[in-house]
Design a protein around this ligand. Structure first.
Ligand code: NAI
Ligand code: CS2
Length: 490
């Protein structure tokens, strides 16, 4: 357990008066990313700007087995973040969390009540793409989703993110409390619009008056978030404990890089995030698109092809010259032309991404990034593919990515070992794989997943033929050779 007294001397500890903090932000999803990103920003503000913006951390995921909230409470809501560079490591204990609630142990009612504390001005979240219960291809709420069906029937005891937000908004309205802003920090294009959409669509099913209130009183600022934060392993926690001077079960490790672009649209105040490295802008979309397509798009490419090639981590992929060149080419030749970004040097951006991927001090598993592909592919690859089809331009690396994903969700690697597929549509994927013959039929079975590929892409022969070509090559020559053959002639 972490305690300030036993922390090593080189760990930065909160030097501000923690009792001055007011819990004004409630965050849903106490995952690795939030701990290393938004919470660190608030910690810097408290330390350097005497900010009093504190956090209540909440978990609403009833299927999780995580004991993080329990551990956090046991250590006075303190935990450490360690920035890892090839040149060295720096650790800090984050002190801005004032309380934590877990719906599994405390009940969802405790979460809703926490959201109704009068001081709460912002509800933010990192719940992964699937937490929004939307159709990834359209951004619309998935009304057939079991938790959404549950929340339509039980609005006062919700299980989903949109349901929990609605229950809190309703209660605050009925108690005449000021509204809060709702800020998504997940990797989705226009994440604020997606959140607003799912919340409003659920409200329409529950209480049209509430939907109207939300339209008039709440805002849903969009954000672009960036910092590579790999999932912790037991081994990483143990090794880190030696450096920290005590074992911290809530610890995270991350790269030194930090970027946060926020749409400046808050109804009830906000911290001065710009004083701790964030950018407040009118329109986040160009930033989100650039990051999602160039960073996340190349990440997913490396995840599927790299995993198949036997590379465990992103930094291992970077040691294969063909993979490095393929990732950079994908960014610059196939993603950059599709962007609306202005006044950004995209070549410099691509080079900075490659340098970040080469950081061997962080162990970012290809398997981790490969998870939830059905939720990630539309914004990372498929919109760009549509752009190329409309402009009649080359999209070979994107098509190879899709072929790699299909090969990956086939569930067996190039050595014949089972792949552990992690995806909310896992059963559907497995069924389509088992009911289709290897080759053309497999491609057709997976590309016809309308929730992911829409109606247009499966019907486009140029697209399906390209994917099939690469898929056959992957079966014949394997991922390493296929990437090599494509990149040497590109
Ligand atoms: P994590 O696995 O450590 O945490 C995921 C969090 O989401 C947990 O709190 C979990 O309980 C919650 N969650 C999962 N499914 C949910 C559901 N259906 N309903 C409600 N809550 C649910 O993952 P991590 O690393 O914190 O990443 C979370 C998200 O943050 C990513 O999906 C991405 O959108 C964003 N992000 C992550 C980065 C990273 O490098 N890890 C960087 C940039 C953004
Ligand atoms: C990764 C991202 O897991 C993934 O899908 O591509 O989480 C990536 O690490 C972050 O977006 C970097 O900011």
């Amino acid at each position: 357990m972490l305690s300030v007294e036993t922390l090593a001397d080189d760990v930065l500890v909160p030097d501000y008066d923690r009792s001055r903090l007011r819990a004004r932000i409630l965050h849903i999803g106490f995952g690795a990313f939030h701990r290393a990103h938004q919470a660190v920003c608030a910690d810097r503000l408290a330390r350097e700007q005497q900010s009093d913006w504190g956090y209540i951390e909440c978990e609403i995921n009833l299927h999780s087995t995580s004991k993080l909230v329990e551990s956090l409470r046991q250590q006075d809501h303190l935990y450490t973040v360690t920035e890892m560079a090839d040149s060295g490591k720096t650790s800090r204990a984050v002190g801005v969390v004032t309380a934590a609630v877990d719906a599994r142990t405390d009940g969802i009612e405790a979460v809703i009540e926490a959201m109704c504390q009068p001081d709460i001005a912002i509800v933010s979240m990192t719940v992964t793409e699937k937490g929004y219960c939307h159709h990834p291809a359209t951004g619309q709420l998935n009304l057939e989703h079991p938790v959404i069906q549950h929340d339509i029937a039980h609005p006062d005891a919700p299980h989903s993110l949109p349901g929990v937000i609605l229950a809190a908004v309703k209660r605050r309205r009925d108690r005449d409390l000021p509204p809060f802003s709702v800020m998504s920090c997940d990797n989705m294009p226009e994440n604020g619009h997606v959140t607003r959409n799912v919340v409003l669509q659920l409200a329409e099913k529950q209480d049209a008056g509430l939907a109207d209130y939300i339209r008039h009183h709440l805002t849903f600022p969009s954000t672009m978030v960036d910092r590579i934060v790999p999932a912790m392993t037991q081994e990483a926690l143990d090794t880190l404990g030696e450096k920290l001077g005590c074992y911290d079960p809530v610890a995270v490790q991350c790269e030194p890089f930090f970027q946060w672009v926020i749409e400046d649209n808050f109804v009830n105040g906000r911290p001065a995030w710009e004083k701790a490295g964030a950018e407040l802008v009118e329109d986040v979309l160009p930033f989100e698109e650039m990051k999602l397509r160039m960073l996340n798009g190349s990440h997913s490419f490396l995840a599927y092809l790299g995993y198949l090639a036997g590379y465990q981590h992103i930094s291992d992929c970077m040691e294969d010259e063909n993979f490095l060149r393929a990732a950079r080419k994908l960014m610059l030749a196939e993603q950059a032309p599709t962007l609306r970004t202005q006044n950004v040097d995209l070549v410099a951006y691509a080079d900075s991404l490659i340098a970040r991927y080469q950081n061997r001090a962080i162990k970012h598993r290809t398997w981790q990034i490969a998870s939830d592909g059905t939720q990630k592919l539309p914004q990372r690859w498929l919109d760009s593919i549509r752009w190329h089809l409309a402009h009649n331009s080359r999209f070979d690396l994107l098509a190879l990515g899709v072929a790699g994903w299909i090969r990956y969700v086939g569930g067996v690697d190039e050595q014949g070992n089972a792949i552990e597929i992690n995806d909310p549509l896992k059963e559907t994927l497995a069924q389509r794989v088992s009911e289709s013959a290897e080759g053309e039929a497999r491609i057709a079975a997976l590309l016809s997943l309308q929730k992911v590929f829409g109606d247009d892409l499966p019907a486009n022969e140029q697209f399906t033929a390209r994917v099939l070509d690469f898929y056959q090559q992957l079966l014949k020559s394997g991922a390493k050779e296929t990437v090599k053959q494509l990149i040497v002639s590109y």
